[in-house]
Write a protein that binds this ligand. Sequence first.
Ligand code: AMP
Length: 312
Amino acid sequence: MHRSIRLFKEFQIEPLPRIPRRLAFRTAISKPLLTVKILRTIAAARRFRSQASGRMVLVPTMGALHAGHASLIRRARSLAGKDGAVVVSIFVNPAQFGPKEDLSRYPRPFAEDKKLCASLGADAIFHPPAGEMYRADFSTWVNEESVSGGLCGASRPGHFRGVTTVVLKLFTIVQPDAAVFGLKDFQQCAVIARMVRDLDLPVRLVFAPTVREDDGLALSSRNAYLTPEERAEAPTLRAALLAARAAFSKGEHSAAKLTRIVRGKISAGARVDYIEAVDSATLKPARVTKRGDTIALAAFFGRTRLIDNIQL
Ligand code: AMP
């Protein structure tokens, strides 16, 4: 059984076929470009939904698309089949950024994103301006109150409130049958799974594995911020998590010892935000880890905060 299948048992987690990342990306962008509809308003998205037939699959993103996003779009394409429709949302959601975070400098290369979506066979991009999603007097929020509390939720207050609110809005606007998210944002998957369960949302969730650089660094739109020196140190996150998993496999189950191993392997130049071993569904901290638990971490390289996780 693929190791991530145990995670969030009630939802489907799809291992992706092993295509070398660079090859997959090049193939995608060198294909002849197909057309993709650009939907900038909620009304246009609703119209698109009412005219579509077959299964509708949504891939929510903030754009600056890379091969990790591409793997999600490919997965969505295969879930939708030739009769269904794939909608990629590209929306840099202000509600999930803290006041001192990178909202204004977040990359927005829309023309390139559009080409990639088209080449991957997406049918539409939902790309609304912020004012379309949040009116000036917007005042209704969705708050998940358990899974979102620790890890990134502890160091980014309000972040998951922004995520759940925008994802619920995207679900009600696009009305997908299924939505694809990446396990790179492991806590986000858990929070959305809880919201879907608690609010009985009729959306099937598919969680896809993390796509990485050859040196193990998880692809992220934020990697572009790294200086060459920081970029050279960032793969120590993955190496540290692999070392902890190797120790777990050899019988070390103490969460404190495993997280100490992780900390010891992360380059000295990084500032660790958190390293925690948690139950993969509840995200409750583990004292003694078991198979299927997750070690999650966040660390700053300069001003850039990177996250990663591994399942034991
Ligand atoms: P973002 O644009 O960062 O909000 O990410 C949009 C979606 O892409 C989320 O579901 C992420 O988890 C997913 N994603 C981001 N990076 C990767 C990656 N390296 N591999 C797989 N999925 C990813």
